[in-house]
Structure formats: C-alpha cells, structure tokens
Design a protein around this ligand. Structure first.
Ligand code: PEP
Length: 257
C-alpha cells in the first residue's frame, strides 16, 4: 500500500457519442463522492466541453482530461488541438504517449517529449504512459523499454514540474486484451520505474510521483494490484465505460488509503 493519494483515470478512447458520454459522466457524478482518490475521465475531443460542463454543474470531484494534445498554440496544424483550446473546454490534464498513440498512430519519443514539455509549460497536469510490447517483454527488454521511454519523455522536465506528472505503466500486451500483469510483475515494473525516476531526478521526486497501472484493470483485480507498494492508481480503458465498474475500481483504490 502506498502513502501517495491514489489516482484513477478513465480513458474512454474513441468510444461513446455525446449522449452516452454525458450520461456516463452524470452516472459517475451520482456514484462518486469524497476526495480520497483523485479521479479524471478522458472523453473524445468533441465531448470534452459537455462532459466538463455537467461534471462542473454537479460539483463532482472528477477532472476532465484529454487523450492527446498538440505542442503548438495556434496556426496551420490541420486536425490538431492546442493546449489553450483544451483549457477553454475545462481540461486540466492531458494523457501523453498512450500505447495506441505510440504504436497505432506512430508517435515518436521526441514528439511525446515535446508534448509533455508544452503541457507542463501551459500549467496542465500530465499523465505520461510507458510500456513494453509482448515481443519486447519476451526478449527481456521490459525494463530497458520503460526506462528508455521515461528518459525521453521526461527530458527537460524540472523537479518542480514533476509534481504535476503521473506515470502510467501500461504493458501494451495487457491493454484491452483481458490479460493483466500479475500483481508481482506489475509491482516489479513500477519499482524499476520509480528507481529510474530517482536516478533522473532525486529520491524525493521519485517518492512523490504517482505510477498508475493500466492494462485490463477491473473491479475483480483492482484491489490486489492497488495493494502493491509502488502502484498508486490505475489508468482504465474498457472498465471505465461502465459506471459501476469504474466506481468499483475507485472504491478499491479508496480502500487502500
Ligand atoms: C487503456 O486504455 O489505457 C487501458 C488500460 O485499457 P484497458 O483497461 O481496456 O486495458
């Protein structure tokens, strides 16, 4: 069990149209009270504003995050969305380097680093996602991939800015597959990530940073994962689309406090 405040994020990915997204936000607002767990949901871009609006109206302790962002503030960048536009829509947190951005869309480590730096400069909170593919895991490269992605992603970030950074460890083979890292395997990877952060910054920064686990976390396996020393929350895909499941995971996180 960790002494850091647990942080649970719900990544809705390219799911839910407006009515469904708003209904889910309203259902979560009804179910979730208290602030022992930090909570954020990540709707698709077009629904950030309506979701942020209903959560704000309900006074729900749930922040709204964006699944991606662009580095530039305005101009000829067709299809992209800037940090100030997101802030205009009530967004306080951005997710950077999700495995689907890395492996499906083809984002590179330098672009991910630019996004992290731009978001922090704009005053946003950042979740930086890292994780190995199954081939990398089988080739015994889990630690080198994770520490490499961390090193690139966090280059140029200050100790002070690290207070607004959360790391999501998401083994790519566990995302959306129903396969979950065992609590021991996940704990080991999180411990290595925390050691790498101590090496890059210092022990105080490493002790303060939250490291979420992501990869088929559900109400049935959340408690065991969240009980691990270096697991400080979760980034949830599939199970965040159902209010009861997401609330169940938040409940499991609250029980560790
Ligand atoms: C994710 O989208 O970051 C994720 C972990 O998805 P799932 O929970 O569905 O594996």
């Amino acid at each position: 069990m960790s002494t850091r405040r647990p942080f649970i994020g719900g990544n809705w990915k390219m799911n839910l149209h407006q009515g469904e997204a708003v209904d889910l936000a309203l259902a979560l607002a009804d179910k979730i009270t208290g602030d022992s767990v930090q909570i954020a949901v990540f709707p698709a871009f077009p629904y950030l504003l309506p979701v942020a609006t209903v959560l704000h109206e309900k006074g729900a302790p749930i922040a709204v995050g964006a699944q991606d962002v662009y580095t530039q503030s305005n101009g000829a960048f067709t299809g992209e969305v800037s940090l100030s536009m997101l802030q205009d829509c009530g967004v306080s947190t951005v997710l950077v380097g999700h495995s689907e951005r890395r492996h499906v869309i083809g984002e590179t480590d330098p672009l991910i680093n630019d996004k992290v730096l731009a978001a922090l400069e704009a005053g946003m909170d950042v979740i930086l996602a890292v994780g190995e593919t199954i081939e990398q895991r089988e080739a015994d490269k889990t630690d080198s991939i994770n520490t490499g992605q961390l090193g690139y992603g966090l280059a140029g970030v200050s100790d002070e800015q690290m207070k607004r950074v959360t790391i999501a460890y998401e083994p790519v083979w566990a995302i959306g597959t129903g396969k979950t890292a065992t609590p021991d395997d996940a704990q080991r990877a999180h411990m290595v990530i925390r050691q790498a952060i101590a090496f890059m910054f210092d022990q105080a920064v490493a002790d303060g940073v939250r490291i979420q686990y992501g990869g088929s976390m559900k109400p049935g396996n959340a408690a065991e994962l969240l009980a691990q020393t270096d697991i400080d929350g979760g980034l949830i895909g599939g199970a965040s689309l159902k209010a009861d499941d997401f609330a169940g995971i938040i409940q499991a996180a609250a029980a560790t406090v």
